[in-house]
Design a protein around this ligand. Structure first.
Ligand code: KG4
Ligand code: ZN
Length: 353
C-alpha cells in the first residue's frame, strides 16, 4: 500500500510518499519561515498564497523521487484540518483533484492524528499510548486508543507550549520562531537567577496554562530595561528561567496524566511526545526522567517528523486506509477538528482544537 501525503495547514508546504512497510519513499518540505519572519508570526493570507504557488511543484518532486506515477498510489491523503483554513483548502483541493483523476481514494487526515500516529511509523508503538502534543498551536495530553479513538485528558486554557516559547522569545528580542532561539540562549543561561511561575502545578486535571508565565517574564524584562538595555547575560538567564518553567509545567502535567491514564488503561506502555516543542533537548531530557520513573517507554520521533511534515499525513493515510476509512470528495476543510469530540471545548485564543 502506497500513499501520497500532503500538508498545508500552517507554514510548511509538504508532500511525502510512504508505504505500509513503513518506508518513507520520498519527503519534501518547503518552510515559509522567511516569508513570515518580518511579521514576527504567521500571516494566514501569505501562507495560503505560498501553498498555492509551491504545492504542485513539491508533489511532482516527491513523485519523481519516489519514482512513481499517480496511478501507482493506493490513496491520496491531505490534512483536512485543524489549521489555517486557506492553506487547508489548497491541500485538500489538490488531493481531491489527484484522487479524482487517478481514480484513487481520498483520505482527509486530522493534522493532530498525523502527529499522534508518527510514533507508530518510526517506532512501531502499540496502542494504547499517552501522547503529549506540544506545538505552536497545540498543547494536549491524550490517550491514543486506536486510529480515530482518542481520550483527551488535558489541554491548554490559553497559550500552547510553542506559543509560550515564541512569545517569550519576542519579549527577549530573540526573533521568530522562538523555540530554537530560547533553547540556544538558555544553554548559556542560569535558570536559577529568575524563577518564573509554574501555572497549574499540582492541579488534579492535567491542563496547561502559559499566559501568566509570559506576563511574569514581561515584568522581569521591564524591570531590567528600566536600568538600561537588556544585557546578553540577562537575556540568557531569562531564557533559561522560561525554559525551566515550561519544562516543569510539562513534566508535572504529564505525570498527572500518566496516573489518570493508568487507571483507565493499565496496559499503557509508552509516553509519546510530538509537535515542534519536542525538538527541545532540555524538555526531552526532563520527560525521559519522568518516563523512567513511571516505568514507561519514552518515544520522541526525530525532529523532522516532530515539526509539521507530510510524512505523518501519508502514514496516517495508510493507517486509515488499512481500516477502510476513506472520505468523499465532498469533504469540507475544518478549521477546528478536535481529536476527542466528547472533551469540553477549550477556551482561549491559542487553542485550535
Ligand atoms: O509542530 P510545529 O512545527 O508547528 C505547529 O503545528 O505549531 O511547532 C512549531 C513550534 C513553534 O512554536 C516553535 O517555537 C516550537 O515549535 N519549537 C521549539 C523548538 N523548536 C521548535 N520549542 C522549543 N524548543 C525548540 N528547540
Ligand atoms: Zn503540527
Amino acid at each position: 500500500m502506497i500513499v501520497l501525503g500532503i500538508e498545508t495547514s500552517c507554514d510548511e508546504t509538504a508532500a511525502a510518499v510512504v508505504d505500509d512497510s513503513r518506508q518513507v519513499r520520498a519527503e519534501v518540505v518547503l518552510s515559509q519561515l522567511d516569508q513570515h519572519r518580518p511579521y514576527g508570526g504567521i500571516v494566514p493570507e501569505i501562507a495560503a498564497r505560498s501553498h498555492l504557488d509551491h504545492l504542485d511543484g513539491l508533489i511532482a518532486e516527491a513523485m519523481r523521487r519516489a519514482n512513481l506515477h499517480f496511478a501507482d498510489l493506493d490513496g491520496i491523503a491531505a490534512t483536512g484540518g485543524p489549521g489555517l483554513i486557506g492553506g487547508v483548502m489548497v491541500g485538500v483541493t489538490m488531493a481531491k483533484a489527484i484522487a479524482a483523476v487517478a481514480e484513487r481514494p481520498f483520505i482527509a487526515v486530522n493534522h493532530l492524528e498525523g502527529h499522534a500516529l508518527t510514533a507508530r511509523l518510526t517506532d512501531d508503538v502499540a496502542f494504547p499510548f499517552l501522547l503529549l502534543l506540544i506545538s505552536g498551536g497545540h498543547c494536549q495530553l491524550l490517550i491514543v486508543e486506536e486510529v480515530g479513538r482518542y481520550k483527551r485528558l488535558g489541554t491548554t486554557v490559553d497559550d500552547a507550549a510553542g506559543e509560550a516559547f515564541d512569545k517569550g522569545a519576542k519579549l527577549l528580542g530573540l526573533g521568530y520562531p522562538g523555540g530554537p532561539a530560547i533553547e540556544h540562549a538558555a544553554a548559556a543561561g542560569d535558570a536559577a537567577r529568575f524563577v518564573l511561575p509554574r501555572p497549574m502545578l499540582g492541579r488534579p486535571e492535567p491542563d496547561f496554562s502559559f499566559s501568566g508565565l509570559k506576563t511574569a517574564l514581561r515584568q522581569r524584562v521591564t524591570e531590567l530595561e528600566a536600568r538600561g538595555p537588556l544585557a546578553a547575560q540577562d537575556r540568557d538567564d531569562l531564557a533559561a528561567g522560561l525554559q525551566a518553567a515550561i519544562a516543569d509545567c510539562l513534566a508535572d502535567r504529564t505525570e498527572r496524566a500518566i496516573a489518570i491514564a493508568r487507571t483507565r488503561r493499565p496496559d499503557l506502555a509508552a509516553l509519546v511526545v510530538a509537535g515542534g516543542v519536542a525538538a527541545n533537548g532540555f524538555i526531552r531530557a526532563r520527560l525521559q526522567t519522568l518516563a523512567a520513573s513511571t516505568d514507561l517507554r519514552l518515544v520522541v520521533p526525530p525532529a523532522r517528523l516532530c515539526t509539521d511534515n507530510a510524512t505523518m499525513i501519508a502514514w496516517a493515510g495508510i493507517e486509515r486506509l488499512r481500516r477502510g476509512y476513506i472520505d468523499g470528495l465532498d469533504f469540507a476543510p475544518r478549521p477546528r477538528w478536535p481529536l476527542d469530540p466528547s472533551a469540553p471545548r477549550a477556551i482561549g485564543a491559542g487553542v485550535k482544537a
